[in-house]
Write a protein that binds this ligand. Structure first.
Ligand code: C2E
Ligand code: CA
Ligand code: CA
Length: 279
């Protein structure tokens, strides 16, 4: 730990805190991870429960650490964000997700969309639109098949700027989802001006289904709000049949959650041609 003194002196401790040391170490390790191909994407389906069709997948990053095994994003994304490594990491994710989608499209599942999470830093990065356009071009993907997810908190951090960025993304034809909706503090006035295409209800609301102490009107209000704003609505973290039925009753039928499938590696996803046979 370093401490800049008033007179141009810096104070160091002979032993850096374990937190400080491991942060530097982790930054270097993350750099290595990106360049040695240690990152993996897992994919979780978004299911239309009415038609039974998978409409798309959300890409979720993992780190296959050579010694410490498969690490979940909560373990390394905060450090990636603090050290700026989130920028190259995020570019890797976007590229890999688009590469995978192009493969699935080539296999015949041309309807599939891919959802990619953007961190606040990536969203606010000057050349975001350029990178997205370039990646879509590289894999010849129609822009509307890419859904960029930003959290409600990211969107509302600098709402005026967000609206500008979202307009630019809309102009190139990609979709935008507001993620973890309901956990932040949205001004409806701003939300109304955000040209997003999808709203993902945070799993806390889905979790509350069936619990007496929570007000069920909140969930139906969010669904009504999304409908009025012409947004596609996705329920996250659907874990039970009860939750699924309840959501369908409220008019929300695109679900993502363990009840249907956990995130899986792409090797577990099989694109099969469907034949419609007369019976
Ligand atoms: P998120 O974007 O809200 O993603 C959904 C998370 O909920 C995933 O956790 C997923 O595995 C988990 N989940 C899905 N269904 C269920 C369910 O039914 N029950 C429960 N309890 N959990 C469920 P995961 O993969 O560990 O990712 C955690 C967070 O890390 C993500 O939350 C997202 O904020 C972030 N993240 C993941 N991949 C990326 C990435 O490539 N870039 C960025 N910037 N962030 C990412
Ligand atoms: Ca997400
Ligand atoms: Ca979410």
């Amino acid at each position: 730990t370093k401490n800049s003194g008033r007179n141009g002196f810096s104070v160091y401790h002979t032993s850096m805190s374990p937190i400080g040391r491991s942060q530097v170490q982790l930054k270097n390790e993350l750099w290595r991870a990106i360049h040695n191909n240690e990152l993996r994407l897992y994919y979780q389906p978004k299911l239309n429960v009415t038609s039974g069709e998978i409409v798309g997948y959300e890409a979720l990053v993992r780190w296959q650490h050579p010694e410490r095994g498969l690490k979940s994003p909560e373990k390394f994304l905060p450090i990636a964000e603090r050290t700026g490594m989130i920028i190259p990491l995020g570019e890797w994710v976007l590229n890999e997700a688009c590469r995978q989608l192009a493969f699935w499209h080539q296999q015949g599942a041309e309807h599939l969309t891919i959802s990619v999470n953007l961190s606040a830093q990536q969203f606010e990065q000057k050349n975001l639109v350029y990178i997205v356009t370039r990646t879509l071009g590289q894999y010849r993907i129609s822009p509307e098949k890419l859904i960029l997810e930003i959290t409600e908190t990211t969107a509302m951090r600098y709402p005026q700027e967000s609206i500008k960025i979202l307009k630019e993304l809309k102009a190139i034809g990609v979709q935008v989802a507001i993620d973890d909706f309901g956990t932040g503090y949205s001004s409806l006035l701003y939300l109304q001006n955000m040209p997003a295409t999808e709203l993902k209800i945070d799993r806390a609301f889905i979790n509350s289904i069936g619990h007496k102490e929570t007000d069920p009107r909140l969930l139906s209000m969010i669904i009504e709000l999304a409908k009025n704003m012409n947004l596609n609505i996705v329920a996250e973290g659907v874990e039970s049949e009860e939750q699924q039925r309840h959501l369908v009753g409220l008019g929300c039928n695109i679900h993502q959650g363990y009840y249907f499938s956990r995130p899986v590696p792409p090797s577990e996803i099989i694109i099969a041609a469907t034949k419609y046979q007369a019976r």
